[in-house]
Design a protein around this ligand. Sequence first.
Ligand SMILES: [Zn+2]
Length: 347
Amino acid sequence: MTIIYNSAHIRHETGNHVENPRRIEVIREFFASRGIWQSLRVIPGRVAERSEIEAIHSRDYLSGLAEFCRRGGGYLNLDTVVGPASLQVALEAVGSVLRAIDETVVTGGPVFALVRPPGHHAEHDQAMGFCLLNNIAIGARYAQKVHGIEKILIVDWDVHHGNGTQEAFYQDPSVLFFSIHQSPLYPGSGLIEEIGEKRGVGHTVNCPVPVGSGDETLRLLVEELLFPLADRFRPELILVSCGLDAHWADPIAGLAVTELGFGFIASAVKKLASDYCNGRLVGSLEGGYHLGCLPNTFLSVVREWWAELSGEEVELTIKKPLLDRGVSIVTERIGQTRKLLAPYWRL
Ligand SMILES: [Zn+2]
């Protein structure tokens, strides 16, 4: 399996911030200590072109961001901080996702872009929630333009709603955006009633879940909504906004997902990619902030994507199953979502 990784992400310096270079480096060090890193195919990304970025972001936003970094950086808003090299690193993060898309098209197997800064909150003309450029959204447009892929499924299982990605494709029926996220939580969007508009209506599917939701809630949403939707939509490529912050120990969110839940949803998208997309599947790192739990959680995902890792043990950070507080509320919401989507999909 191919991982796109470039140590240059370290130059996106954020100071004393949860989104910092250690997040990726603890994963790399853990994988190296177990001999896994050496057996993966690890290749660098590239620097995304301005024209590729402008498929999603405004020229004004980009030039403003470039100027802000050139002057040394600082806080762009309450939570997003940049340094002098941050725009360059963000262009490399996007370029890594683009490279991952090239790879999966050629190999027909999963590819993971281990990148930061994350991307799914970044909107057309603003940075948000630690995100500068919307890696996944730019990737989807690139796949359509360069590889002629028409229909793309984006699965966003970061604990926060991917508002930027939703915005990018809200009126676009060629991209089905499926998001599972804690609600209420930052950024506050992602209600089930947000289902897209104009030609894109029915192609945004939001699954807000209450605090304390865990593995069983994920399973319900995947089996009751994601599987039937994918079967009707028939994507040609699946992109995953792979946040690891739904983990029960994550310091900035409140879900109760374990390594088993991450493994389950990772295997689910792999199955969808094999069934509909000739195996074409790209994951891109979004959030995930518990440095101690990140390596095993990431392993629980890539172990499902690369058969040769199936013998690798994932350490369960909690031994007995957690009480899943989301099941009854989410069961009800699945019914509501089916009703909202009924004019557009026979689920
Ligand atoms: Zn997140």
